[in-house]
Design a protein around this ligand. Structure first.
Ligand code: HEM
Length: 442
């Protein structure tokens, strides 16, 4: 690789760059963007040279990948031990297309729209606990709410002891120690005491619950084939009955994948939504008016602007499976790309004054689709986009219809990494100014 010329990037030692990348990824990414432009190379311990790309055309070409030049599964290899070998994230080509087809129907907008009532009742249960004058960390609330939506609406679990146990296990499972993701050498038992052994115990217990649920639901379906619910697991089980296709292990991997990619992203994005909207002049009033008049276009614009201004992750990975020519470079096979949707959305050229939160960027006229891709694009575009949008609309509108909020402090919350997520440093703290739903008021 010595004769290969990659785009320029910071000259700092790899250890220092890695430290900056771990501690302050957005600051690091923005500083490199300003200095080197939308194509730069960072050196990250554990990954080596990583080419960041945030030009609309480069991103479009990599994500569409018409010629099959890129491998998404190889870039996700570090989480195979969590999501399993049958996960959508671990497949490419025809196998990936097949797996996507399986999940597409239950995650289609028409189906997930039937979850709205459950979503509303879950968030109302939280709102009832909020006393006037108290401080609430919205990130914690949304983590509970999105987990509940996942295990009740998406998995369709009703057994209360399984629900209780998953409520305890899943947050710990998703808070996986980054050392065992980044350093495969850490994946050792160390006499049962290290982070790997602890993680294995968590994973085993979670899997046992999921497998028990699958077995029970299969048995129910065999007795009553028409009695299935519209949760994702039921639909996949019924499909398996038609074509004897979906094994228990595949179902388990699909469920854990949805948890891994769908729960914390939505929770964190919701927290950022409130953090941003409450600090931009007039934005909260504009969103409240939209909620009361059911102007969903304005609410969606406000959600999109929050995703643009405060991404929960900065980039997605791809590895070149063969030589790729672009932007005046010849990238050899094996080049690791960080396709940076986050930096695309924070580009000063494409989104003037990117630090400012403004709903008007998305309403009444939306930016060109190549400049804003909240859910990615191409063959790996987010399968949960409809679910995420419906869930965010429902949760936000239920809160704003019933509660008046103000930020605990006027100072914006910093961006801080928590596992793979970039979360608001104080957890999106708000003070409850009025609550029409407080316990005892009805
Ligand atoms: C605000 C919330 C969300 C955001 C911003 C988001 C964003 C994304 C993005 C950018 C990708 C593309 C990754 C890539 O190209 O490698 C993706 C993939 C995916 N997302 Fe989401 N997502 C969200 C919520 C959800 C939810 C709620 C679910 C389902 C429960 C979900 C399921 C998936 C799946 C299964 C994939 C992989 C698709 C594939 O590889 O074919 N996401 N998401």
């Amino acid at each position: 690789m010595s004769s290969v010329t990659l785009p320029p990037g910071p000259k700092l030692p790899a250890v220092i760059q890695t430290l900056m990348w771990v501690v302050a990824p957005v600051k690091f990414g923005k500083a490199c963007l300003r200095r080197y432009g939308p194509l730069f190379t960072a050196r990250i311990v554990g990954f080596g040279d990583v080419v960041y790309i945030s030009t609309p055309d480069g991103i479009r070409r990599i994500l569409r990948d018409d010629a099959g030049d890129f491998d998404a599964a190889a870039a996700n290899e570090s989480i195979r031990f969590v999501v399993g070998e049958h996960s959508l994230l671990m497949s490419g080509g025809a196998e990936h297309t097949e797996r996507r087809k399986v999940l597409m129907r239950p995650l289609h907008g028409n189906n997930v729209a039937t979850y709205v009532e459950v979503m509303r009742s879950i968030v109302e249960q939280e709102i009832r606990q909020w006393t006037v004058g108290s401080t609430v960390r919205l990130l914690n609330v949304f983590q509970r709410v999105t987990l509940e939506v996942m295990i009740r609406a998406v998995f369709g679990i009703t057994d209360s002891s399984r629900l209780d146990r998953l409520r305890q296990l899943v947050p710990r499972l998703l808070d996986v120690n980054p050392l065992i993701i980044l350093l495969p050498a850490m994946r050792r038992q160390f006499g049962g005491f290290g982070p790997w052994a602890a993680f294995q115990r968590l994973l085993r217990e979670t899997d046992e619950i999921i497998y028990a649920e699958i077995r029970e639901r299969r048995a129910e379906l065999a007795v009553n084939p028409d009695g299935r619910g519209n949760d994702v697991l039921s639909i996949l089980l019924a499909k398996g009955q038609d074509r004897a296709g979906v094994t228990d292990q595949e179902l388990r991997d699909h469920m854990v994948t949805l948890l891994a990619v769908g729960q914390e992203t939505t929770a964190t994005q919701l927290a950022w939504f409130f953090e941003r909207v409450m600090r931009a002049p007039g934005a909260l009033k504009q969103v409240e008016a939209a909620v009361f008049s059911e102007d969903w276009k304005v609410l969606d614009a406000a959600i999109h602007e929050a995703i643009r201004a405060r991404p929960t992750t900065l980039d997605i990975g791809r590895i070149a499976s063969r030589e790729w020519k672009a932007e005046g470079y010849v990238f050899p096979e094996g080049t690791m790309f960080a396709v940076s949707l986050g930096l695309l959305h924070l580009s000063e050229d494409l989104h003037p004054q990117p630090e400012n939160y403004s709903i008007d960027r998305f309403h009444p006229v939306e930016p060109p689709s190549a400049h804003f891709m909240p859910f990615g694009g191409g063959s790996h575009r987010c399968l949960g986009a409809s679910l995420a949008m419906i869930e965010m609309r429902t949760i936000i509108s239920t809160i704003l219809r019933n509660v008046r909020l103000r930020p605990r402090s006027a100072t914006p919350e910093g961006v801080t990494p928590k596992g793979p997520m970039l979360v608001p440093r104080r957890g999106a703290e708000v003070v409850i100014a009025e609550n029409h739903m407080m316990a005892g008021r009805e």
